[in-house]
Design a protein around this ligand. Structure first.
Ligand code: G3P
Ligand code: CA
Length: 283
């Protein structure tokens, strides 16, 4: 056993587990999506085998009101199957239509060295399927994706979390982080479901002239920020921490860049390569 592990064990034994030091968090972006097709059971299984702390899901609402896990507005990049069911916008399709699409064939065609025949059987999962499969062994980092285009997404998320025992109490809620580029959506979710950790994603670089005011405004409703990796510097990390916000940049796949961001003091990062990030961390 390595020394840090012994230290953590000792803290737990003497009842000081809550004082155990935290290390930067490994957030598997769409699963271990470098080595397996994004947002599939194959990718999340691999992420957990790789030691990821969190597995990410992007939410979309189907035409018949079900939450599914899928990144793009359009099916065209990663879905394959009958054209009427598996092309065009995901919001224009029913769950039954989406169940006819596979989301692994594109990966095998694009990345032959990482291809596996079984990936072609991967389907678009519902959020219910993901929560049911992983609720006992994973923590979920869920994005309300383009919520302005999907009224009711926040309520649907809360109902799904409730169905799977992830809304019952503070311990259950601590196993979920909710993220969005939409401040309004995060605030709607917080009003429906207090007690979850919320992360405000940032598409643009925050202006240094208004940095503290911007971070203080975010800190009213969120506990963290998710900036693009390209926008992270020491000032941002320090000012975020001063405003009680954790910093989780996206999406970092280069080892040198992982090391550099860790040296700046980030609290974790989204990566398609969780095994690589995990290897850089002390315990
Ligand atoms: O949610 C963090 C990061 O995933 C945001 O970018 O486009 O991959 O959802 P995207
Ligand atoms: Ca995302």
């Amino acid at each position: 056993m390595r020394l840090p592990s012994l230290l953590l064990l000792a803290l737990a034994v003497v009842g000081l587990g809550s004082l155990a030091p935290t290390r930067p968090q490994v957030i598997a972006h769409r699963g271990a999506s470098w080595d397996a097709p994004e947002h599939t059971f194959a990718a999340w299984d691999l992420a957990l085998e790789s030691g990821a702390d969190w597995i990410e899901q992007d939410l979309q609402l189907t035409r018949d009101g079900l939450l599914v896990v899928f990144h793009d507005d359009s099916l065209d990049r990663v879905a394959r199957g009958p054209v009427a069911d598996c092309s065009g916008t995901i919001r224009s399709k029913t769950r039954a239509q989406l169940s006819r699409c596979d989301v692994g064939t594109w990966f095998n065609a694009k990345f032959p060295p990482r291809a596996k025949p079984e990936f072609a059987a991967q389907r678009i999962p519902t959020l219910d399927e993901v929560l049911a499969r992983y609720r006992r062994r994973a923590k979920f980092y869920i994005e309300l994706k383009a919520p302005e285009e999907a009224p009711g997404m926040e309520q649907a998320l809360l109902e799904a979390l409730t169905r799977h025992g992830l809304a019952a109490d503070s311990t259950a809620r601590a196993r979920v982080i909710v993220q969005s580029f939409s401040a309004a959506s995060l605030q709607r979710f917080a009003a429906l479901a207090p007690g979850y950790t919320l992360v405000q994603l940032l598409g643009d670089r925050l202006d240094e002239a208004t940095l503290d005011a911007d971070l203080a405004r975010i800190a009213i409703y969120a506990q963290g920020i998710g900036p693009s990796r390209r926008h992270v510097n020491r000032t941002l990390v320090e000012r975020a921490h001063a405003n009680s916000l954790v910093v989780h940049p996206y999406t970092v796949n280069d080892e040198a860049e992982m090391r550099q961001l860790l040296s700046l003091g980030v609290d974790g990062m989204f990566t398609d390569r969780p095994a690589q990030l995990r290897r850089l961390l002390p315990y």
